[in-house]
Design a protein. Structure first.
Length: 388
């Protein structure tokens, strides 16, 4: 019925990539030990330090976010060490699994999915067990849509001997984040979410305290060894120890430049507004949102599938009939929810498009909705913000 068009990514990663970023990636394959790639790498470091409000070192790995998570565990800890994991969902489970594979013991505070981690639980856990070496938490827990208050949790860890490790893979660029002010020792990010770049780069910021822990950390590591990466970055021009995904770095450099042109605080505001508009639209057609502290949910909206429908079925229909890719539920929420991502290269018109397609999908699947209700509620939010 129509000519072939690319699918629209309304998943919380990978996300839509701006044409200028795709072009930056297609221009050339820079040699990875030379001035052209060195300038790209240095540009990424400088931009990330500004965007994440940190003076800490920034290291990169060619790989996905999970590689960054694993590198944090093995570079900070030794087998037999104990860490605190604030488990708000599937990605905290991943921290646990990585730790356990490397012989690290985990003390876990489990939260009901859809709820946020509480700073007072951190205070208590650290008081109960001072042998804990680090506190590990997700900033944006992409499986449930919650955004943890990593600033408040940071206050609970501040001035204590424990390291503070934050997985901000789906948060960087979307949710407010100030690495140094909030006392984050290791902050992990990825290229493929709010940073508008294809998958392929994991990065970490590393504080002086984290470097100190690295000196004595005994977990075996080779590819992910921080000290090796740091040595290569100190070369002139800077390098990575092993061949990086050079074209993705070129794309990343361009995307970070675009984000800085928008202004990071403006980007946070945009994401907050997109989240609010999406929630209002969803509520207007009588569906529930899975998160409790909903106003913090700026990366994605987790929508509870209505009675009799499966979240994956809704996602399938949106993809097949409208070319819109949303994510199904993960883990415990499989089948129960579907997740509409609104992070990165995303604007009000994308929310309106997704909500219109959702209304049509629900209608077809036998859940009658008042057509136009969702888009109209979202449009009101944009209108109030002067954007519609
Ligand atoms: C919060 C969070 N942590 C970690 C990851 C790591 O995943 P990946 O290795 O697929 O980049 C993701 C990806 O969805 C994520 O959202």
């Amino acid at each position: 019925m129509t000519v072939e068009r690319p699918e629209f990514l309304a998943a919380p990663g990978p996300t839509e990539v701006p044409p200028d970023v795709l072009q930056a990636q297609a221009r050339e394959v820079p040699y990875h030990r030379g001035p052209r790639f060195g300038a790209i790498l240095q540009g990424c470091i400088d931009a990330l330090q500004r965007l994440m409000f940190t003076k800490n070192d920034v290291l990169f790995y060619t790989g996905s976010g999970s590689l960054g998570m694993e590198s944090a565990v093995v570079n900070l800890l030794s087998p037999g060490d104990r860490i605190l994991v604030l488990n708000t969902g599937n990605f905290a489970d991943r921290f646990q699994k990585i730790a356990e594979v490397h012989g690290i013991e985990t003390v876990v505070v489990e939260y009901e999915w859809g709820t946020n981690a509480k700073p007072e639980d951190v205070e208590k856990a650290l008081a109960d067990d001072p042998s804990i070496k680090g506190v590990f938490v997700q900033h944006s827990e992409t499986s449930t849509g919650i955004v943890n208050d990593v600033e408040a949790i940071g206050r609970a860890v501040k001035d204590k001997p424990q390291l503070y490790v934050v997985d901000a893979i789906s948060a960087v660029g979307a949710a407010p984040l100030r690495v140094d002010e909030w006392g984050i020792d290791v902050c992990i990010g990825g290229s493929q979410k709010a940073l508008m770049t294809p998958p392929g780069i994991a990065f970490l910021t590393i504080s002086a305290a984290a470097w100190k822990a690295n000196e004595t950390a005994k977990c075996p590591r080779f590819y992910t060894d921080w000290a090796t990466a740091q040595k290569s970055l100190a070369l002139d021009p800077p390098e990575t120890p092993y061949t990086p995904a050079v074209t993705i770095f070129a794309a990343f450099r361009k995307a970070l430049e675009m984000l800085e042109a928008e202004g990071i605080e403006k980007s946070w505001e945009r994401h907050a507004l997109l989240g609010k508009a999406c929630r209002e639209g969803v509520k207007a057609i009588g569906l529930d949102i899975q998160v409790v502290e909903a106003e913090r949910a700026c990366v994605l909206t987790p929508i509870v599938a209505p009675e009799g429908l499966d979240g994956a079925q809704i996602a399938k229909h949106l993809r097949e009939k409208h070319g819109i890719v949303v994510a199904p539920g993960q883990g415990k929420l499989k089948g129960k929810i579907f997740r509409v991502g609104h992070c990165g290269y995303y604007s009000p018109r994308d929310i309106l498009m997704c909500l219109a397609a959702l209304e049509a999908t629900l209608q077809t699947l036998g859940y009658p909705v008042k057509e136009g209700a969702a888009t109209s509620a979202a449009a009101s939010v944009f209108r109030e913000a002067g954007l519609a």
